[in-house]
Design a binder for this molecule. Structure first.
Ligand code: MF3
Ligand code: CO
Ligand code: CO
Length: 261
C-alpha cells in the first residue's frame, strides 16, 4: 500500500489549507439559522474561500455542482446545496468543506443544530463527534490503521447508533482522496501509522440502521430507513508522539474525558 509520507514543506501547505477550511466552519456558524437556504450557505462559504485566495475543491469534483456539501437530517453525505432547501428549527446540518490552496488539500466537516432540536438529534451529533475525538487519544506512529475502525464502531454501538460502511476517511495532500482508505468500522487493514502521514477521519453515524441509499441525482446519500445521520471530519497529521489536527477550529472544545494524554 502506497501511503504518502509528507515532507515538511508539504505539511506547511496542508496546514494552511486546513486553517482556511476550519475558518469556513467558524465563519458560517452564525448564518445557520431557520429560513436560510442551503444554497445561500454554499455561496457565503464559496465567497469566503475565494477571498482567502483558495479554491473550493468540491466544485466540479467528478461533476459535483456546488462548492460545499450540505447534508440535512437523514442525508448522510454529499448533499447538494439548493435554493429551495430552507433550514428550519430542529434540523441537523452537516457542512463539509474541502479547500485547495497552493496545490494542497484539507477537508473538514461538522454538524450544526438549527433552532430547537430534540434530545435524539443532540445525542446523535454528540456521539458522532466523540467517536472522532476518541481516535485522537490513540493515534501515533506504529498504531495499526484498523484500530481507528475498532475505536469508532465500539464507541458508536455502545451508544446504540450505527456506523455507515460505504464511505471512509482518506489520505489527503497533493490529491483530494489518496491512500490509505480509513475505515470507520472493524476491519483487517495491515497498514501501520507512520510519522508524516496525513489523512481524514470522518465517521458517518446513523440513529437507525447503517444502510444507505444514493438518490437519483447521483450524489445525495440518505439513510435507507430515513433515520437521522451525523458526521464530523478532521484532517490529521501523524507526529512523532501522537497527532496534530490540521483543521481544528478555535471554538472547538474537547470534552475533558477525551484527553488521555
Ligand atoms: N468532502 C467529502 C469527503 O469528505 C467529499 C465530497 S466530494 C463532493 O471526502 F464531490 F461531493 F464534493
Ligand atoms: Co473527506
Ligand atoms: Co469532507
Amino acid at each position: 500500500m502506497n501511503c504518502i509520507i509528507k515532507t515538511k514543506s508539504e505539511i506547511e501547505k496542508i496546514k494552511t489549507a486546513g486553517k482556511i477550511a476550519a475558518e469556513v466552519l467558524e465563519m458560517i456558524e452564525k448564518y445557520i439559522k431557520p429560513n436560510i437556504s442551503t444554497e445561500e450557505i454554499n455561496n457565503i462559504c464559496h465567497d469566503f474561500i475565494i477571498k482567502k485566495n483558495a479554491v473550493s475543491a468540491c466544485l466540479g469534483y467528478h461533476g459535483f455542482p456546488k462548492s460545499i456539501c450540505i447534508s440535512v437530517n437523514d442525508v448522510v453525505c454529499h448533499g447538494i446545496p439548493n435554493k429551495n432547501q430552507i433550514l428550519k428549527s430542529g434540523d441537523i446540518v452537516n457542512v463539509d468543506v474541502t479547500v485547495l490552496k497552493k496545490k494542497y488539500y484539507a477537508d473538514t466537516s461538522k454538524m450544526f443544530l438549527v433552532g430547537k432540536t430534540n434530545f435524539l438529534s443532540q445525542r446523535l451529533c454528540k456521539i458522532a463527534q466523540e467517536s472522532l475525538y476518541e481516535c485522537f487519544n490513540i493515534l501515533k506512529p506504529g498504531l495499526p490503521l484498523y484500530e481507528i475502525g475498532t475505536t469508532i464502531q465500539n464507541y458508536v454501538e455502545k451508544h446504540n447508533f450505527s456506523v455507515v460502511r460505504e464511505y471512509c476517511g482518506h489520505g489527503i495532500g497533493r490529491s483530494f482522496h489518496e491512500e490509505p482508505h480509513v475505515l470507520h468500522y472493524k476491519n483487517k487493514s495491515n497498514i501501520f501509522l507512520k510519522k508524516g502521514m496525513i489523512f481524514t477521519i470522518e465517521p458517518m453515524i446513523n440513529a437507525g440502521h447503517h444502510e444507505v441509499k444514493c438518490m437519483n441525482d447521483g450524489w445525495t446519500v440518505k439513510t435507507k430507513d430515513h433515520s437521522l445521520s451525523a458526521q464530523y471530519e478532521h484532517t490529521i497529521l501523524i507526529t512523532k508522539n501522537g497527532c496534530d489536527i490540521l483543521t481544528w477550529q478555535k471554538n472547538e472544545k474537547i470534552p475533558s474525558n477525551f484527553i488521555n494524554k
